[in-house]
Ligand binder design. Sequence first.
Ligand code: GLU
Length: 299
Amino acid sequence: MPQQTYRGRFAPTPNGPLHFGSLVTALGSFIDARSRGGEWLVRIEDLDPPRIMAGAADSILRTLDSFGLYWDGEVLFQSQRHSIYQERLDQLDHMQLIYPCGCSRKEIQKQALGTATGPVYPGTCRNGLAEGREARALRVRVSDAGVRFTDRLQGDIEEWLPEQVGDFVLRRADGLFAYQLATVVDDAIQGITDIVRGVDLLDSTGRQIYLQQSLGFMTPRYMHLPLAANAAGEKLSKQTRAPAVTTERAAALLVDALRFLGQPVPLDLETGAVEEVLDWATQHWDPDSIPRTRLISVL
Ligand code: GLU
């Protein structure tokens, strides 16, 4: 069988400017794609208006550009693709995999069966809404089979969705499509073969593979990278007030990000240009050198 052309992607939520942690993810996915002669796409995951910061999408794209992380094709914005997600929700509905749920967040917290990766939905509305209850969210029924995959960095992973997650939400009570659905649909439509992203999303992968299988999509290869943490051991993020990367120091920051990913960048590249750093990284990229830890402190 002919090898499929590698196609990777970077899919930021535009809730703030790029910080060192998101630069690491962007760079890791970019270099992994380029070192394999692959394409690299950018998708803006702006589905959730309350989480979005005005101007952040533009700022992220400009920053990628100044770091020499040039993407292929058009940037895709999830906010413009509601009808596409609805079609796939309808497909699952025809398969009788979807049901309305009337539980509030509070009720779920109270009845949850466990907290493997958050509260596990106990299936309260699985067999129909109780009398007087109104539908709030739409959930997908998970099957009783385990989901198994091999992450290129984190190794063999097995998830048992009924025990670890439960039936999960695909359309939220506020009418918005859930991240799990939108990401799976877009990765499939964009023909993504390789997903390289932060290890905080490892817990979502089982759900995403389950949706891929239910919708008849291919499952891409996965590589979940370590996360950058601050001195307090917290993941760099908007919530932990991670500072934005400064584009004046683009080449030096790329070197820092490559070293974070375990790549032995030569000293003389520290004063090199962005293109030189990226060329070196593309030629010498060694995923086996990436630390297999979850959090690495950088500040
Ligand atoms: N939009 C997600 C984030 O910024 C990433 C989604 C993904 O890579 O699957 O955390």
